[in-house]
Write a protein that binds this ligand. Structure first.
Ligand SMILES: Nc1ncnc2c1ncn2[C@@H]1O[C@H](COP(=O)(O)OP(=O)(O)O)[C@@H](O)[C@H]1O
Ligand SMILES: [Mg+2]
Length: 249
């Protein structure tokens, strides 16, 4: 009960939010009770769930302000809940060392009401991401098969190692998910995928997500790809991703 998974990579644009959103919806569709948390001041996960003109009813900022008692997750569906974020979250990131611990302390009060808690992280190394590493059981790492992604992963894995050593010994990397894989095979894409699989072995999910317009469009209608285009092969891939994640846990 209450397993916390952070979707994290200090690089932007690799699909953290897309994957966090679709996983939250997909795990809920399988009957799990899910709490989705937006830990990024850009608020993209929040917009995916409630649209870009709504203010979230529950704000992660209150965890960081040590006011967890007023955080009542917003109901999205009967087994899917959201704690959102907006630009005000950016003020937290340099407000002191407590920040790193506040998210976990807030979540500990409520996480056992859920099967899984999915945290969408921001692209940076900073206090907000350290807070997510402190609060998590698992990290899931989206990446895209592009030059420099390997160096990015090395830096991320270093941060995870440090987090384990200093403040969360039980943290586990559940895996690396290749996203934005080109439908038409490219030499560079295939080479990078091979290097990743050689270097990280079974840590790389078998399921990989292709680049597809429908995956990009669906969150703006508050729909997962499975809801938006259920018969598509992209929907199949996300169903497989959910299954593979559950197997790995
Ligand atoms: N598999 C995909 N196919 C097409 N577009 C994608 C895919 N994954 C992500 N995107 C798009 O790429 C951009 C960055 O994705 P996003 O999930 O916001 O990344 P991050 O949260 O890591 O910054 C967004 O416009 C998103 O819609
Ligand atoms: Mg994002």
């Amino acid at each position: 009960m209450g397993k916390v998974i952070s979707v994290i990579n200090q690089k932007g644009g690799v699909g953290k939010t897309t994957i966090a959103f679709n996983l939250a919806k997909g795990l809920a569709k399988k009957g799990n009770t899910i709490l989705a948390i937006d830990n990024d001041p850009q608020g993209n996960l929040t917009s995916a769930f409630i649209g870009s003109h709504q203010k979230p009813a529950a704000d992660i900022l209150n965890f960081y302000k040590n006011q967890a008692e007023i955080v009542i997750p917003q109901t999205i569906d009967n087994n899917l809940y959201l704690i959102g974020a907006d630009i005000h979250l950016s003020k937290v990131s340099d407000s002191g060392i407590d920040v790193i611990f506040n998210l976990k302390e807030g979540l500990d009060r409520m996480k056992n009401r859920y099967d899984y808690v999915i945290i969408d992280c921001l692209p940076s190394f900073g206090y907000l991401n350290m807070a997510a590493l402190k609060a998590s059981d698992y990290v899931l790492v989206p990446t895209k098969p592009a030059p420099f992604s390997l160096e990015g992963l090395r830096d991320l894995f270093d941060s995870v190692e440090k987090a384990k050593k200093r403040f969360n010994p039980d943290l586990k990397i559940i895996g690396i998910v290749l996203n934005l894989v080109e439908g038409r095979k490219t030499i560079i894409g295939e080479e990078i995928e091979q290097v990743l699989r050689d270097k990280f072995g079974d840590l790389v999910f078998t399921t990989k997500i292709s680049r597809a317009t429908a995956i990009e469009e669906s969150p703006s209608e508050q729909k997962s790809i499975v809801e938006y285009s259920p018969e598509s092969k992209h929907a199949d891939l996300f169903n497989q991703l959910v299954d593979e994640l559950l197997e790995r846990m």
